[in-house]
Design a protein around this ligand. Sequence first.
Ligand code: SF4
Length: 325
Amino acid sequence: MMPFTLQHAGSAQEAITVAAQGARYIAGGTTLVDLMREHVELPTRLVDINALPLEYIAVDGDELVIGALARMSDVAAHADVRRLHPVISESLLEGASPQLRNMASIGGNLRQRVRCPYFRMLDAACNKRTPDSGCAAIDGMHAGHAILGTSTHCFATHPSDLAVALVALDATVHVRGPQGERQFPVEDLYRLPGDTPHLEHTLQPGELIVEVRVPSLPYGGTARYLKVRDRASYEFALVSAAAALDVRDGVIRQARLACGGVGTRPWRMREAEALLQGRPATRATYEAAALATVAGATPMPGNRFKVPLLQRTVVRALELAGETR
Ligand code: SF4
């Protein structure tokens, strides 16, 4: 590991000031420390934010509020989270091993980096790690890569399960930085790779994720997270789906659907949601919506299987949401 300095911040303002000078935030460190050990990232200055009072989980009016330093395991087990938005709990439980869930923070989960194997191989070309160096995955292994939002410069899949659930729920992320505070949809935290895949998020220099707010969803109790992967635990999604349905008298009044494992960022399926609205809650309806989720997919030879797998996963997730009351 290369030498670095570590500063412990006693306040958010202190942390932001140090980060604005080029330091990297560290909380659980479950991604960053790995990348530093592997020399994929070599920050010379870290600012430890674990002392900041951002571990809360609370209900504020009709919003669920999750502090950026709340640990994945605490959020997954919290009674209000399980009652109001079980899809958040499910996505967290599916998202990492128990040891990682105990360490990893919500803010860090949203900022975790891609799992493309070439990103971590220093002798492989990777535009995300080293801009304009090429992309070894194009002619290499890409079974786990994205089929939506891809570019010729990068098609690595966004890795966070939690982000998929939050995007389906219209959650917002609240940040504080040198220019003050702002908030925006979690969906807008992530950039498409385009020709600058090394730029993954929309945070400004020094901006700190403070909390995530999840608005109430009357049918949030129906929301389910379904994750398909190569093995049963401690594995990233080949395909995942967060689905919620408001079904009354056999008719779908409203729907939410977002998918993971297929996009270069968490992928909200708005066309499919529109197709579901006003239709009977039947398998035929779910299959029509699933077909809409793969419109515009750009698979490579090694991940072509994700097109039918995405459709089957969406159908099953919608069935589960439709069965949940
Ligand atoms: Fe790097 Fe993206 Fe290509 Fe993977 S897909 S090697 S992360 S540029």
